[in-house]
Unconditional design. Structure first.
Length: 217
């Protein structure tokens, strides 16, 4: 038998035998959650939960039984991984806050000032009827203000929550706070930053936009 044919036969056998434990869909989808439940598999969606599985009694026994690590070593690695997770989320939070407050918000305000100047000019020309001609500009001004408020408020709340988490000595509890209370602010802040990206003049926007990233080398 030719080498390629022999390899194919072996792989085909592996595929057949592993069918019951394979899932070829999206591991983050609802279909996987349903499939995991159907197969009686654990499915930890959050990092602190997933890391904690490593120190479950049955896994501690397994590691010691096969001579991989003793309980002290497993728990030490668990503590290091928790600390690493907290640091990663903390760094992401700081970077997000810095970009939003020092780049995105000032740019949005700069564009607001341009719109305000435009509205003032229309008011000078059309006087009492200026809203008829400046309606869209006023709408954009209000939308920008709303998004700026949500971003700034979100950052402040995120920082306060991070400070609260940092006062917790138990690293397991701290990681849970970072996961369940700090990290959700990422989505909120990003949502409003994305909205501003679609409103602010492209020439003023300081960062590469999503569509531009496709062509950035």
């Amino acid at each position: 038998m030719k080498k390629d044919d022999a390899i194919f036969n072996v792989l085909r056998d592996y595929i057949k035998k592993s069918k019951q434990i394979r899932f070829e869909g999206d591991g983050y989808s609802d279909s996987w959650r349903q499939e995991a439940e159907k197969r009686h598999l654990s499915n930890h969606a959050k990092t602190p939960e997933a890391l904690k599985a490593k120190i479950a009694p049955k896994y501690l026994d397994l590691f010691q039984k096969v001579g991989v690590m003793n309980e002290t070593e497993v728990r030490a690695r668990y503590d290091v991984e928790l600390t690493d997770y907290v640091k990663h989320i903390q760094i992401e939070a700081r970077v997000l806050g810095d970009i939003a407050r020092n780049h995105i918000i000032p740019t949005a305000i700069r564009y607001q000032n341009i719109l305000i100047k435009n509205v003032k000019g229309l008011k000078t020309i059309y006087e009492a009827d200026y809203k008829k001609y400046a309606g869209e500009q006023l709408y954009i001004l209000e939308a920008i203000s709303r998004h700026i408020e949500e971003i700034n408020s979100g950052i402040t709340k995120m920082i306060d929550t991070r400070k609260k988490a940092n006062k917790v000595d138990d690293m397991e509890k701290r990681a849970t706070i970072y996961c369940e209370e700090v990290r959700p602010y990422f989505d909120t802040i990003r949502y409003h930053c994305d909205k501003l990206e679609m409103l602010v003049d492209d020439q003023l926007w300081p960062l590469a936009k999503y569509r531009e990233l496709l062509f950035t080398h």
